[in-house]
Design a protein around this ligand. Structure first.
Ligand SMILES: [Zn+2]
Length: 75
């Protein structure tokens, strides 16, 4: 039977596909949110790894890790 369906639907939130622009070069990134609320994506344009953490509905945090041996372009 379909009992307990709501539980499954709630868990689906952690695993949703999110997209944003690379803070380093502006390329469009897509990543899946993990259970701890972070999304880690490697940009295929500048190869920087950006980690997005959803702290709350009104607070998103981005951490950018440029390709080894390089510095961030922005700034
Ligand atoms: Zn990039």
């Amino acid at each position: 039977m379909v009992k307990g369906r709501t539980e499954v639907d709630e868990q689906k939130t952690s695993g949703s596909l999110l997209s944003w622009y690379c803070p380093n070069c502006g390329n469009l990134l897509r990543g899946f949110q993990s259970t701890d609320g972070t999304i880690r994506v490697k940009c295929d344009k500048c190869l920087a790894v950006s980690v997005r953490k959803i702290m709350s509905r009104r607070h998103n945090r981005f951490d950018v890790f440029p390709k080894e041996g390089e510095e961030t372009i922005a700034g």
